[in-house]
Ligand binder design. Structure first.
Ligand code: TYD
Ligand code: MG
Length: 453
């Protein structure tokens, strides 16, 4: 049997040779040679090399005309993308099955087709009838929205060349296959090649491209991390399937800030953006219930007010339980320890549960004081005043520290009708500029708790 042709190369400096060598002539290293199969140049590579012919250009002249973004009907989406969709950019959209990825993209596609130009929607998962039914439900009428139920990348590329769309949607990248690769769709090699091909074509023909990506059980995007490196933007679509609320989050964005979120609600006729999420998060707030505190948090560049709920109850059996949803577990454990040591709350023999209402995840330490007060209020069974919101970071010695973007947070709180805010002492200077609300400065957690909570 003929042996597959192999080549030898130095693992340290990359020096290549036709046979194994004990000492590398390139770097002089001993025993550094490895063996690797010779890759026969595939048809695809030849075609790719020949078809890309974009000569180098002076960067400054190229940048003189900045890319014109085009907006979608969803102001929320535009904000998450950093001001709209950039032509030539590739955006990966991940999310659990059934969360609404196809719905969101069909709505975006229809809108862009109505206002900007030709859109190609490629589905490898659903048939034309299925997508037509969804389009009917969403009231899509645009004539410039083209649909193709296709999984072969070469056909898709040909369609793109033919209809010259401004936006291409691939639903999903896991179902696509590159005809030159003898691998199953969804395998790492296929994912990488298909994405690379689409990225290349998107840059060459200057169309924007959304790729739907499946997520694994652990909630990370399926496929190699390299996919995230290849695309310009990674969005993640989240939410509880049995609730209407959906959050679109930018995980990576070459054209804007990350950590922005857009809030949508899944209705009968598709996704509707929620312009004022604080109102929604606070709409079902329980009046006068102990253990509920509103914190003025930031999601990206936007302030949001969210309710944090805590439940503290004596441990009946075994070691105390701590469980959290929407806030960092370790942070809650740390805050409980600080409360125990610095504010004298005996929490060591109590079960602790902390929950952020509405499915939001709060990662910033500005919510620390809110969590602490919710725990204290639940432990003492006292309700926190309804018109009071809280912000501040807690240190290990029990001190309350300043947080960023205080003014924005306070203005949002004032706008939503809060009258009192418990803030770090250093932020009280802002009182002059905010006559509508009373700022109560605290230096330590103990001071905050002694305010009557
Ligand atoms: P879908 O976009 O198919 O999810 P994905 O592509 O992420 O798998 O959305 C599926 C869910 O959305 C489905 O459970 C029905 C619901 N839905 C609505 O509530 N309203 C609508 O107008 C549409 C089109 C879907
Ligand atoms: Mg889908």
């Amino acid at each position: 049997m003929a042996r597959a042709k192999t080549v030898f190369f130095c693992g340290d400096c990359g020096y290549e040779a036709g046979k194994w060598l004990g000492r590398c002539p390139g770097c002089g290293g001993w025993n550094t040679f490895r063996e690797a199969p010779v890759k026969s140049p595939s048809k695809h590579l030849k075609a790719s090399f020949l078809s890309v012919s974009e000569p180098p250009e002076p960067l400054v002249r190229a940048a003189a005309a900045p890319p014109d973004r085009f907006g979608s009907r969803f102001g929320e989406l535009n904000r998450v993308l950093g001001g709209g969709i950039v032509p030539g950019s590739v955006i990966l959209l991940g999310g659990d099955p059934g969360i609404g990825k196809s719905t969101l993209l069909l709505q975006i596609a229809a809108d862009v087709a109505d206002n900007v130009g030709v859109v190609l929607y490629v589905s490898g998962e659903e048939s034309r009838q299925q997508v037509q039914m969804r389009a009917q439900r969403l009231g899509v009428t645009s004539e410039l929205l083209y649909f193709s139920a296709e999984t072969d990348l070469s056909c898709i590329c040909r369609s793109i060349e033919e209809i010259q769309p401004v936006l291409v949607i691939i639903d999903s990248i896991q179902t696509m296959s590159h005809p030159d690769l003898p691998l199953l769709p969804g395998s790492i090699g296929q994912l990488r090649e298909c994405t690379a091909e689409l990225v290349r074509l998107a840059k060459l023909r200057n169309f924007a491209c959304f790729l739907v990506g499946h997520v694994t059980k652990e909630g990370t995007l399926a496929g190699p991390r390299v996919l995230e490196h290849m695309v310009d933007t990674v969005l993640s679509f989240e939410g509880e399937r049995h609730q209407n609320l959906r959050l679109l989050r930018a995980v990576k964005n070459r054209f804007g800030a990350t950590n922005e979120i857009a809030v949508f609600s899944m209705e009968e006729g598709g996704l509707v953006e929620v312009a004022n999420p604080s109102l929604l998060f606070l709409s079902e707030r329980s009046c006068g219930a102990p253990g509920s505190v509103v914190v003025a948090a930031m999601e990206g560049t936007r302030p949001v007010l969210v309710e944090i709920q805590a439940l503290v109850s004596p441990t009946v059996f075994g070691s105390p339980r701590r469980a959290t949803t929407g806030v960092d577990y370790n942070r809650v454990v740390l805050i409980a320890a600080v409360l125990e040591k610095r504010a004298g709350l005996p929490l060591a023999n109590q079960d602790i549960y902390v929950n952020v209402v509405g499915g939001l995840k709060i990662v910033e330490p500005a919510a620390d004081l809110g969590i602490a007060l919710a725990l204290a209020a639940s432990y003492r069974n006292i309700a926190v005043d309804r018109e009071t919101a809280v912000l501040g970071e807690i240190g290990l010695t029990g001190e309350v520290r300043a947080v960023g973007q205080v003014e924005q947070r306070l203005r949002e709180a004032a706008r939503l009708g809060f009258r009192r805010l418990i803030v770090p002492q250093s932020s009280v200077d802002l009182q002059e500029r905010l006559p509508d609300i009373e700022l109560i400065g605290v230096r330590t957690v103990r001071e905050a708790i002694d305010l009557g909570i």
